[in-house]
Design a protein around this ligand. Structure first.
Ligand code: UD1
Length: 420
């Protein structure tokens, strides 16, 4: 992962063409972790080539799994798991490595890992995860910056989250599939990635019902076998490319996509005046060759609300639309870090607490920017496609964490983008 690479984008070109959407990062990571639970082999197809997935594979290898990638298929054999410890170095490489906790507890009855550390978009606490594991019988202590969990035999429990958490819901499902008895999760996250995880585990022999609703019930089973599974399409990458199409007032066809998982992203883009159609075979067509206008207000919320991860690229689009949009970010407290960089391009955005007010302008001008986090980086790319002149974006390693070859994808539809 190099922090030296820069994306160089010459804005003003209309995007026209087809992009095949990658497999979902936020699904691939829990699925890679889930593979630890099975004593057989998992072939994970459509696994995106991302630095975060590479980091997850390094964690799997360090635990004693064999893990190899051929194209977009990652094959994991977890029959030889010998360790339940993740080093601080590996934990730091990927912020969502906490997702290995449930799987390790389920498989080995223990785990030792360092705190995932501060995150660029907010504090990202893990109290829901730890409280749930305690209820399932785990003993948890902290020593020298490490969390040490032991649970020779996890048992089912009734767990109710104060607010829906994607990671905590996934972690409890992972811990519960091999636990003794039944686990009920109330106020569970309903994101499509939860369904993908449940579908994979069910294919391996787990008994899970209610995934995708607020109540998930898991009946523990004795063991899981491996299977071949295809990662769902990335709904945030799809939303980002739709915003890129719209910001250039272009026309774009996404393939390998799932319009059903996009939730409120579609009606919000329709409010701007874009036409969007979903076709069979995973295709989404967007036409923005018309006069667009700013949507009035966007409030991020757990699924099926507007996804916090799509807020930054949508904000970049709104910064170029006539009218005013009010954003209310309700999930993470530090999710407006892209704003100062968008302002360098000439965007008019005012932030106060969790509210950002965007007044659309008809011109942005290229500038030198630094990506600050994954989706903030995607917002900068989106805005740069509209800006006059050249925009250079540094710290592209953030963007590489979640977008597979963003540069190649956008170039293939006519954007002037290269990396130096
Ligand atoms: C996941 C996604 C991330 C997305 C987020 C919200 C992955 C790998 N990452 O992150 O891209 O932005 O969902 O859709 O899937 N919370 C607590 N205590 C906890 C856990 C969470 O207070 O123990 C709070 C968080 O601070 C946040 C809210 O719950 O305000 C939701 O966070 P959560 O759904 O857990 O996010 P992640 O799973 O980390």
């Amino acid at each position: 992962m190099s922090i030296q690479r820069k994306l160089v984008i010459k804005g003003g070109r209309r995007i026209e063409g087809e992009i095949a959407v990658q497999g979902a990062k936020n699904s691939a990571l829990p699925l890679l972790s889930a593979a630890v639970l099975s004593k057989g082999q998992t072939d994970l197809c459509n696994c995106p080539k991302l630095s975060d997935c590479d980091a997850a594979c390094r964690i799997l290898s360090s635990l004693g799994c064999s893990c190899k990638r051929e194209g977009n298929v990652v094959t994991i054999n977890a029959s030889g798991v010998y360790s339940s410890e993740i080093s601080e170095r590996l934990m730091r490489e990927m912020r969502s490595s906490i997702i290995f906790m449930g799987a390790l507890l389920g498989r080995t009855g223990q785990c030792r890992l360092s705190f995932p550390g501060g995150c660029e978009i907010g504090s990202r606490p893990i109290d829901f995860h730890l409280d749930a594991f305690r209820k399932m019988g785990a003993k948890i202590k902290e020593e020298h910056g490490y969390i040490v969990c032991t649970a020779p035999k996890l048992h089912g429990a009734v767990i109710s989250f104060p607010v829906p958490s994607v990671g905590a819901t996934e972690n409890v499902i992972l811990a519960a599939v091999l636990a003794e008895g039944t686990t009920e999760i109330h106020n569970a996250a309903r994101e499509p990635e939860i369904c993908d995880l449940a579908d994979y585990l069910t294919k391996c022999g787990a008994k899970i019902s209610g995934a995708g609703t607020g109540t998930v019930i898991i009946e523990g089973v004795e063991k899981l076998s491996g299977c071949t599974y295809t990662v769902m399409p990335d709904r945030i990458a799809a939303a980002t490319y739709l915003c890129c199409g719209a910001v250039t007032r272009g026309e774009i066809l996404l393939t390998h996509a799932d319009i059903g998982s996009l939730g409120l992203v579609v009606p919000v883009l329709e409010q701007t005046g874009c036409s969007i159609y979903g076709f069979g075979g995973g295709r989404i067509y967007l036409n923005a060759r018309k006069t667009l206008r700013a949507p009035q207000s966007i409030r991020t919320a757990p699924y099926p609300g507007f996804p916090t991860d799509a807020q930054p690229p949508l904000m970049a689009l709104c910064a170029t639309l006539p009218g005013t949009t009010m954003f209310v970010e309700t999930i993470f407290e530090n999710r407006y870090r892209h704003v100062s960089e968008l302002k360098r391009l000439g965007a008019r955005i005012n932030v106060e607490g969790q509210v950002a007010v965007v007044e659309g302008v008809n011109k942005l001008s290229g500038a030198e920017l630094e990506a600050c986090d994954l989706r903030g980086g995607a917002a900068m790319v989106t805005a740069a496609l509209f800006a006059e002149g050249v925009t250079k974006i540094g710290h592209t390693c953030y963007i590489d964490r979640g977008y597979e070859d963003i540069e190649g994808c956008l170039r293939s539809v006519g954007a002037d983008i290269r990396s130096v």
